[in-house]
Design a protein around this ligand. Structure first.
Ligand SMILES: [Zn+2]
Ligand SMILES: [Zn+2]
Length: 346
């Protein structure tokens, strides 16, 4: 019986150490997962820098997890030993008004596994059966790990609720920007423009079907988007960076009556906004928080072959090189887009 497992912890800003963490006893509805692949999220980087607004160091990291079930508790019926699964890392109370009406992502007591001491960069992970989702036969463990970030984007596009044939702008060329691009395509957007600062990432956006891309270091993306849309602007915009400049741009690039959706996490949340354009242009700004029932949608999208999630993964590292994987993503001109840690090769 395994009693402890090594787990990657951000012990101080910029430093990952492996610590032996106790493996919780399996409850009746829990499953024990042999972790296969964990991908690194933008929010992991906020923690790594010590700048996550809701997480103090030291803290475990890693919540984009796929693996194989190796043991199940006595009352587990949804899944079985040997199943290949993705883990939904949320933890909710099941009793508040939001949980009771199905909006569990808004739970008054929402938490996440990594905030309760269980990060993903570890060989074994324990989760309640309700939070594990079986992968389709054609889905790899890598795609399984990427269901979490894709679910964020599926949720954000559902929040934006674009009309058929609407045009869309995305600010941010990271994994969330590139996955939002794919989700917006599936939602029936006509033209999708993406603004970013990494040439390689912008090239990837074009390969994934973006109508046009703009490098915000070289051109004003708002002017570019006006030019592309006959001066009208776009119906829907997405902010997937988390800084004031791109938030303002996502508002300024909207068509009158349009809606911007905020996905990015702000390290400095007190930003000033041009308030009058909300009234003058009759635009809206919505937030999008995580996911609720979006893992199931993403699982189906993968099964149907309509998304290519692993196309944005540029680098793989073994478990003992989590530090190097984070260092690579922190480099100023990093060649990495999405980085995967292969915890177990088989
Ligand atoms: Zn994530
Ligand atoms: Zn709740």
């Amino acid at each position: 019986m395994i009693r402890t497992r090594p787990m990657a912890i951000v012990s101080e800003a910029g430093v990952i150490t492996f610590q032996d963490m106790p493996l919780p006893e399996l409850g009746p509805s829990d499953v024990l997962i042999k972790v296969k692949v964990v991908t690194i999220c933008g929010s992991d980087l906020h923690i790594f820098k010590g700048k996550h607004p809701a997480v103090d160091l030291p803290a475990p990291v890693g919540h984009e997890i796929a693996g194989e079930i190796v043991t199940v508790g006595d009352s587990v019926s949804r899944v079985s030993v040997g199943d290949r699964v993705a883990v939904e890392p949320a933890l909710v109370c099941d009793r508040c008004v939001f949980c009771l009406r199905g909006d569990y992502h808004l739970c008054r007591h929402i938490s996440f596994q990594y905030r309760r001491g269980q990060g993903g960069f570890t060989p074994y992970f324990v989760a309640d059966q309700r939070w594990v989702h079986q992968l389709a036969e054609n889905a790899s463990y890598l795609e399984g790990a990427l269901i979490e970030p894709m679910s964020v984007c599926v949720h954000a596009v559902r929040r934006a609720n674009p009309g058929f044939g609407d045009n869309v702008a995305i600010f941010g060329d990271g994994a969330i920007g590139l996955f939002t691009l794919q989700a917006a395509q599936l939602a029936g957007a006509s033209s999708i423009y993406l603004a970013g600062i990494g040439e390689q990432r912008l090239t990837k956006a074009l390969a994934l079907g973006a109508t046009g891309v703009v490098n915000s270091l070289q051109a004003d993306p708002v002017a570019y988007l006006r030019e592309q849309t006959d001066g009208l602007g776009v119906d829907r915009s997405f902010e997937a960076v988390g800084i004031r400049q791109t938030l303002v741009q996502s508002l300024q690039s909207l068509k009158k009556g349009g809606t911007a959706v905020l996905i990015g996490l702000f390290e400095q949340p007190d930003v000033s906004l041009p308030a009058n354009i909300f009234v003058q242009q009759e635009i809206g700004l919505l937030g999008s928080q995580g996911y609720a029932w979006d893992f199931q949608r993403t699982l189906d999208l993968i099964a149907s072959g309509r998304v290519q999630l692993d196309a944005i993964v540029t680098h793989h590292f073994p478990l003992d090189q989590v530090q190097q994987a984070f260092d690579l993503l922190m480099q100023a001109d990093t060649p990495a887009i999405k980085v995967a840690v292969i915890v177990d090769e088989d």
